[in-house]
Design a protein. Structure first.
Length: 217
């Protein structure tokens, strides 16, 4: 749908810190929207609001994750090319050593010792494989942390003294605030905002009037 004004209402890192969301544009008024964000800075979980009452709830709110590891495929592909080149260089080195062995047959004992060094190099390459495995385990742990940060439908939406800790929690709090009851006490100017069913106080505000304006604080 063209002419919307989409806005990020949640833009947080896995640790709960608020990031600075990028602007969203609609090139050519075609109903397609885009934004740019450098995910190498930090992982981000976001919720985007289509910001119009003309959309159904499930269409209006869009959630997602911006992840630095989306670029890992390109890095691993480049690493594969480098290892292929390294293999070609070692093959040429083996041919050179073969010619050297024929010319210097009297030094066979020394070249035998050299062979043991090459074996030790092989052991080092095995250790490198173990390090790559450890990297995979670390990436898995990051994925688990991100899932925990997103939460699920059972996540808490908080109270009047505590905020939600997951993306789902923030979404649930927005729904509870919009659809819950409110009580305004005229004598004190206190406005209490409750969850649906008036079971949980979510926020308390004070309404004050002057001759020119009304303020909610």
């Amino acid at each position: 749908m063209s002419g919307l004004n989409p806005t990020f209402i949640v833009f947080v890192s896995p640790g709960g810190g608020n990031g600075t969301p990028p602007s969203i544009t609609e090139p050519g008024s075609k109903g397609l929207y885009k934004f740019s964000y450098d995910a190498s800075l930090t992982q981000i979980a976001f919720v985007l609001d289509g910001f119009t009452s003309g959309l159904a709830f499930q269409d209006r709110y869009v959630k997602g994750v911006l992840d630095i590891y989306d670029q890992m495929g390109f890095s691993l592909n480049a690493m594969g090319s480098s290892l292929s080149t390294m293999g070609s260089s070692l093959s040429v080195m083996g041919s050179s050593l073969s010619v050297m062995g024929i010319s210097l047959s009297a030094m066979g004992v020394s070249f035998s010792a050299f062979g043991e060094s090459q074996l030790a190099l092989g052991n080092s390459l095995v250790a490198l494989g173990t390090s790559n495995l450890a990297l995979g385990v670390s990436n898995l742990a990051i994925g688990t942390s991100l899932v925990a940060g997103l939460g699920d439908t059972a996540s808490s939406y908080g109270t009047d003294v505590s905020d939600p800790t997951t993306v789902f929690g923030f979404l649930k709090r927005a729904q509870e605030t919009r659809e819950g009851n409110e009580t305004y006490t005229k004598s004190t100017g206190v406005l209490d905002i409750y969850s649906r069913g008036s079971s949980q106080l979510l926020r308390e505000k004070t309404i004050s009037d002057s001759t020119t304006s009304t303020t909610k604080t």
